[in-house]
Design a binder for this molecule. Structure first.
Ligand code: ADP
Ligand code: MG
Length: 730
């Protein structure tokens, strides 16, 4: 029965591994070789077509039909020279993953002539059947069509598989009635809005700026284990995490994995997926071991948000595909193993101007420093006002296992800004009194500049426990989960930033209209925002119980589970916000809320089923078998005339096994009952809450008894690979 487990161990020891990555090519000679870059566009497109695509990327202008035709032609020529036979619109539906539907360039003309064609229409629009993607009730069943539309701001690329290449066109995905069904559509809207609102504010200081682009550098954490081990764990395969498994005697307590030497096989794997990523233009830069055993991280050089998001989605696909070649399994789940750290995906975020200024980096002059302070304080204000939305943007059943588990930030949103800036804000608050005085000029001219050193980055002490930390020239949103698509937290963050900047400008303009000097007006609204958002700033230990209490006193919310965290989407304030910003209609907000609740229900439901299945099929049988062995043993000992004292240990174990078995059976039955009740509920919110409060709590109790059995039962007959085998063998 435990064959799979022992085969997995054997396979590993036999060294079935091909540790030869093909990572010996120079990165610069590979980089973006499979991307239709600006350089490739220059080469394959007419001047006219090239200009239209460049302008469109810069200004968001539409590309007309004639140009699209030309661009498609050039793209096809470029792709076919590289051995591409098919093309696909590539999009990110609300499943969190990516989707492709391949079409061949090949076609037959009316007279039977075979031709390879890729026209403007095929480039700009496709109509995949939307019925199998989550839509939250938007799409009536009789209208199954949705359509994908080209996003020229993210370059086309060639996806290379072992047996063929596909030209992929990044697209948005919307329903026939125009509602967004993907992660990219609202993201693009939010990014555009930040551009406009930030630009307006920039113009108080610098008229030369004509574009502001949010930037993102993500840090992807993941686990790598033996594929054969994963194959012997139905829970890992179906849910991405282990539902059972006792913590190993040696876990991460010795802190000997972080930044340690990367095991050779994993290193070969990393090199391999890095090379694939470079070809796709993903600028990976760092790799290292993480805190937990078998946990690693990689991070790229930051890029504009839309591209960075696409690159992260692509990378996750590439990593999974390449792992197979190495007989490894990559785990992106936020908490694959209990008792050791889970995985996150820090989202480093900032705002860059087309003149090369990072708006969240302190400047060289008093004027640029006032601009920095303006954007910095607007972030605080945005996070303070919309903390619940930001919390909701990272909510998932996976991430529930991680947030607040003393390894990741709690579910309470707060911002860490460091001592320097705390002092600067304090000073602005006390010295800009709220009345307009001559002091204001002095503060403006000298003090702000004096107080914000240009090299703040080296001075910000790091607070690893904060969910949202300023790290010198960017904010780091640390609560994002490792398996998440960055698009959603980025959509929310950029939306609330845009909203805050719009309000900020209104308030400043009102003061200017009253005759205040522009910079004095800015200073006063900054002061107002500092005062209003104070509660969100926290410099201490976010893991501590004291913080949870203090946060409650400050009025900050602590939504510990997904169904509650998502409630914010049901409020009128949220619906109005997104409607005013023109990012979501009411219907779209409601649909997304429904989709996220449904995803939660499905995930917990699948876990619950597997809990039950594994209990009866893999936990109880070896336990009973072992108990029988003991019973036989006791019978034998009795038969040869030994007294009960001599087999007391065996008797005790037999009894303990019975206790655990009974507890498991009893709890599994109750869990199934709770599930039945939950399944009866029509309302998705009620169902999610029922799964959260009534079903999920059984997981821990069932697991507790199962993990105890793992410790007792004869190792030779235990079925599921153990933590030490999955995490430490290599
Ligand atoms: P760590 O947080 O691990 O110390 P860094 O802070 O150097 O590492 O960088 C982490 C990520 O932050 C990288 O992906 C990096 O490109 C990104 N990053 C750096 N500057 C910016 C920026 N201005 N905007 C967005 N991301 C940035
Ligand atoms: Mg970091």
């Amino acid at each position: 029965m435990s064959n799979l487990r022992f085969n997995a161990v054997k396979e590993l020891n036999l060294g079935t591994k091909d540790i030869r990555g093909y990572g010996d090519q120079k990165v610069t000679s590979l980089f973006a070789s499979n991307v239709f870059t600006t350089k490739a566009q220059r080469e394959y497109l007419s001047d006219e077509a090239y200009k239209s695509i460049i302008t469109s990327v810069k200004t968001g202008s539409k590309i007309d039909r004639k140009m699209a035709e030309q661009i498609a032609n050039g793209m096809k020529a470029w792709a076919m020279e590289r051995g591409v036979s098919h093309f696909s619109h590539w999009f990110q539906p609300l499943t969190g993953g990516t989707a492709e539907k391949h079409d061949s360039f090949f076609t037959l003309k009316g007279d039977g002539t075979p031709l390879e064609i890729f026209d403007g229409d095929a480039l700009t629009q496709q109509e995949p059947d939307a019925s199998s993607f989550p839509n939250g009730g938007i799409r009536a069943t009789f209208e199954a069509r949705g359509y994908t539309a080209w996003d020229p701001t993210s370059p086309a690329f060639i996806l290379e598989m072992a047996h063929g290449k596909t030209l992929c066109i990044p697209t948005i995905f919307i329903s026939y009635s125009g509602e967004s069904l993907d992660t990219k559509t609202p993201l693009l809207k939010a990014l555009d809005l930040v551009n406009k609102s930030a630009l307006d504010v920039c113009h108080y200081f610098d008229k030369n700026i004509t574009r502001v682009a949010p930037t993102l550098g993500w840090e992807q954490e993941y686990f790598v284990i033996e594929e054969s081990m994963a194959n012997a764990r139905p829970d890992l395969l179906a849910t991405g995490r282990t539902l059972y498994g006792h913590t190993p005697a040696k876990g991460q307590q010795l802190d000997d994995h972080y930044f340690g030497a990367i095991p050779e096989r994993v290193f070969a794997y990393m090199q391999d997926f890095e090379q694939e990523s470079y070809k796709l233009g993903i600028p990976l830069r760092t790799r290292h071991n993480e805190v937990a055993p078998s946990q690693f991280e990689c991070a790229p050089i930051f890029e504009e948000v839309n591209i960075a998001v696409d690159h992260n989605s692509l990378l996750m696909d590439v990593m999974q595909r390449v792992a197979k070649r190495h007989k490894l399994k990559v785990l992106m789940h936020e908490k694959p193993f209990a008792g050791v750290n889970g995985s996150g995906k820090h989202n480093n975020w900032s705002l860059a101007t087309d003149t090369g200024i990072n708006l969240l980096a302190p400047g060289k002059t008093p004027r640029t420093n006032l601009m920095f302070l303006t954007f910095f304080v607007n972030v605080l204000k945005a996070v303070h006002t919309h903390a619940d939305l930001l919390r909701a943007s990272i909510a998932s059943s996976n991430n529930d296992h991680r947030l607040g588990a003393n390894e990741a930030p709690p579910a309470i949103i707060s911002v860490f800004i460091g001592k320097y800036l705390t002092d600067v804000l304090k000073e602005v608050e006390t010295r800009v009194t709220g009345k307009f005085t001559e002091q204001d000029e002095v503060i403006l001219k000298m003090d702000i500049h004096k107080n914000i050193p240009e090299l703040l980055m080296d001075n910000t002490d790091r607070n690893r426990t904060s969910p949202f930390a300023f790290t010198g020239n960017k904010f780091e949103f640390r609560a994002v989960g490792s398996s998440a698509n960055c698009a959603w937290p980025m959509t929310i963050l950029n939306s609330i930033m845009a909203n805050t900047l719009i309000d900020f400008k209104k308030e400043v303009d009102a003061l200017i209209d009253k005759g205040e000097k522009k910079e004095i007006a800015v200073l006063h609204i900054i002061r107002k925002y500092i005062t209003e958002s104070k509660a969100i700033c926290f410099e201490g230990d976010n893991y501590s119980e004291a913080w949870a209490q203090e946060a409650a006193q400050r009025g900050l919310n602590n939504f510990k589970d997904t169904p509650r965290a998502l409630d914010v989407f049901a409020t009128d304030i949220t619906k109005k916000l997104f409607k005013d910003l023109n990012i979501f209609t009411h219907k779209e907000v409601e649909a997304r809320h429904e989709i996220m609740l449904e995803e939660y229900v499905k995930k917990v439901q699948i876990e619950a089923r597997l809990m039950g299945y594994l209990a009866s099929n893999t936990i109880l049988p070896p336990s009973i078998q072992y108990q029988n062995m003991l019973i036989e043993n006791v019978k034998g000992l009795k038969e040869i005339g030994l007294k009960p004292e001599s087999f007391k240990a065996q008797m005790d174990i037999i009894e303990v096994i019975s206790t655990h078995i009974n507890s498991i059976s009893d709890q599994v039955e109750k869990m199934i009952e709770a599930r039945k009740v939950a399944n009866e509920l029509e309302d998705m919110h009620a169902k999610a809450v029922a799964y959260c409060d009534q079903v999920k709590p059984y997981f821990d109790t069932i697991r507790y008894h199962a993990d105890k059995l793992e410790l007792i039962v004869d190792d030779k007959i235990w079925v599921l690979p153990k933590y030490r085998e999955m995490l430490f063998l290599r």
